[in-house]
Design a protein around this ligand. Structure first.
Ligand code: MN
Ligand code: MN
Length: 405
């Protein structure tokens, strides 16, 4: 059984033979990724070009998000209650959009700036049109649209709005109730002469969410109830109604207990505190180009399997979920018995930086939690890279965790 939270998060259960109060085996990942969100009043024309204003989402190096083919994804909710899904830029025949960069010839001043100022957040504007209304047989414009072309201050914007109206039934005001984002366009690709890796947008954390989902779907009639939760908003702190901090997960477990005829407040608390979890999230993979940020004995490498990360956080492990030695020992036994290839790692060397996941939030219930996922190069860049072997071992590891933990 499963429950969907506002079209942004989902939790799935496969009910076990043992009472739920004895705890569940949980895989948890996030399905949001860094991106450029379209603002509520985004559309404007400047010197015959029409752009969409954005507000970036998640931690990005802004200078990486320019001069790339980008696609637009999301929904526009109309006052009528109708919700229109928009995808532009993924099909080979679709147009793409993008953010411009300054030509090197005139970038003398820009190149002197610090990295976080080279491209500033307010300048991540997406170019979507450049053509004033014209009359021809293909035009979707009405005579009225074209008539005042010469007097109109924003003729190109008017033409783009007419296009949006005819293709999607969207008015300019409808951007107010839209959730649209701009992301790198196109599918994931094999990477390397030997095709041993995959380059794609949003590996963090779809590369862990997908094998978690598949492991869950393949968990039929388990001993302990297995559960997979895929949440939103991790990249901005797991906040809000659809992030891991939301009561959605706890409430849904209560609903499941209720349907099984076992609900009580105490049963819910026991179910949660007796559970085991793998927080399925990515970790940095060693990169010879940036070797200085890793401590070689405790970093993750491509091809060495799924990664267990005992603690995350920054500085003196601040903000970390720190998995217990006993829990890790159990997982080692389960993984070794099943022949799973795994490695242990930290995100980077001490005081080099840091990061967090949803692990500590689930840890609040008193359950065993450890971060466990796939190593990534270029994390949070438009195109991230992972190793196929590591992805496969993550899938195998998640599956045996649900079966045996
Ligand atoms: Mn992540
Ligand atoms: Mn991330």
């Amino acid at each position: 059984m499963y429950a969907v939270n506002k079209e942004k998060a989902v939790v799935l259960f496969s009910i076990g033979k043992k009472p739920m109060e004895e705890g569940m085996n949980i895989l948890g990942a996030h399905i949001d990724s860094p991106r450029l969100d379209i603002k509520q009043n985004p559309l404007y024309e400047d010197s015959g070009l029409v752009l969409l204003d954005t507000h970036y989402y998640g931690g990005i190096k802004k200078y990486q998000w320019v001069a790339l083919p980008m696609a637009l994804h999301g929904v526009v909710a109309l006052k009528s209650g109708k919700v229109i899904e928009v995808t532009i830029g993924e099909k080979g025949t679709d147009p793409v959009v993008g953010v411009s960069d300054l030509l090197i010839h005139l970038a003398g001043e820009q190149m002197q700036k610090k990295g976080d100022k080279v491209v500033e957040g307010e300048d991540l504007n997406v170019l979507v049109g450049s053509m004033p209304p014209v009359k021809n047989d293909d035009t979707k414009l009405s005579d009225d649209d074209i008539k005042d072309n010469h007097t109109d201050k924003e003729p190109v914007k008017k033409a783009i709005l007419a296009l949006l109206k005819s293709e999607y039934g969207i008015e300019e005001e409808d951007f107010q109730s839209a959730e649209l984002c701009v992301v790198p366009a196109g599918p994931a690709r094999d990477y390397g002469f030997d095709r041993s890796m995959i380059m794609g947008y949003g590996h963090d954390d779809k590369v862990c969410a997908y094998p978690s989902l598949i492991a869950q779907l393949e968990s039929v009639n388990p001993d302990r109830t297995s559960c997979c939760i895929l949440v939103d908003k991790e990249e901005i702190g797991s906040v809000g109604a659809t992030g891991m901090h939301s009561r959605f997960f706890e409430n849904t477990v209560a609903e499941v207990l209720d349907r099984l005829g076992h609900f009580s407040d105490l049963a819910l608390r026991r179910t949660l505190s007796n559970s085991n979890m793998l927080s399925s999230d990515v970790n940095s993979a060693y990169d010879p180009n940036y070797a200085g940020v890793s401590e070689k004995k405790n970093t993750a490498y491509f091809g060495k399997g799924v990664i267990f990360i005992k603690y995350t956080g920054s500085r003196g492990k601040s903000g970390s979920n720190d998995a217990s030695a006993e829990y890790i020992a159990r997982l080692r036994k389960i993984m070794d018995d099943a022949g799973i290839i795994y490695q242990t790692a930290e995100l980077g060397k001490v005081d080099a930086g840091g990061g967090g996941t949803i692990a500590y939030i689930m840890g609040n219930y008193g359950m065993n939690v450890i971060d466990c996922g796939v190593g990534v190069q270029n994390m949070h860049a438009p195109y991230e890279v992972i190793s196929k072997v590591d992805l496969y071992e993550a899938y195998r590891g998640y599956k045996v965790f649900l079966e045996k933990c």
